[in-house]
Write a protein that binds this ligand. Structure first.
Ligand code: PRP
Ligand code: MG
Length: 225
């Protein structure tokens, strides 16, 4: 156990979940100023620090006990857990609360002209994705062999430039797929944001901060229903 007495929460610095995460923390009464470039923001009225990082780093920071809590998409969480399992690294954490924002799906999409005849028609093709582990699990479960090409963003551009036959990426409104001439053919994972907690036991100071914060988070979630 550490002697640190401020609860440390990891959140996405910028991207899909950052505005909703910030709004949630503010509605919980936390006074924080994250508009500057400081990556470790002190909450003024509670012993809490907010660490602002890339979303893909959040699960590992919580699993390794660097951060006590994290707010992250289930897609990133599951991808990291599979990746760490493969590397023989521990991936323990508690999913404390399922949050009611950040809803999206991870789907396979193909160019409009592709003649989709079911999962078997994807066999032997190459896919651009940010989520190779989740896609690989889907391929294994469905008995198909596929190739991967890792892209961290703008995945939808890959088929048009000849980098891949199809893609596997997040879909929310579907506007990005449509704008890039792609059609969703298989949904492989449904995701929302989650509040996760380190499996490392918290010291009593941190536990009591969490005991104050958690009912507030749950209250905000209930009010939004
Ligand atoms: C995300 C995601 C999809 C898109 C889905 O990308 O990777 O591309 O949003 O949203 P939609 O279905 O509402 O269009 P983002 O805009 O975050 O950019 P990036 O992939 O380049 O990081
Ligand atoms: Mg994108």
């Amino acid at each position: 156990m550490t002697t640190e007495t401020r609860l440390r929460i990891a959140m996405q610095k910028s991207g899909r979940l950052s505005d909703d995460t910030q709004a949630l923390l503010k509605r919980c009464g936390l006074k924080l100023n994250v508009s500057d470039r400081r990556l470790l923001a002190h909450v003024a009225n509670m012993p809490i620090d907010i660490m602002r990082v890339r979303s893909s780093d959040i699960p590992g920071l919580v699993m390794d006990g660097v951060c006590d809590l994290g707010i992250v998409g289930d897609n990133t969480l599951e991808e990291t857990a599979l990746e760490r399992e493969l590397m023989g690294q521990k991936s323990q954490y508690f999913k404390t609360t399922q949050l009611n924002f950040g809803g999206c799906r991870l789907s396979i999409a193909m160019p409009e002209e592709f003649n989709y005849q079911g999962i078997d028609s994807l066999n032997g093709l190459r896919f651009a994705t940010t989520y190779p582990q989740l896609l690989n699990r889907f391929a294994k479960e469905n008995g198909i062999n596929i190739e991967f090409c890792l892209l961290k963003g703008s995945v939808e551009v890959a088929p048009r430039v000849g980098l891949a036959d199809g893609i596997c990426d997040l879909v929310s409104t579907g506007a990005t797929l449509e704008a890039n001439g792609l059609v969703e053919v298989e949904e492989i994972f449904r995701s929302k944001a989650s509040l996760i907690q380190t499996a490392t036991p918290l010291n009593s100071e941190k536990q009591s901060i969490l005991d104050t914060l958690l009912p507030r988070i749950q209250g905000v979630m209930k009010a939004k229903e």
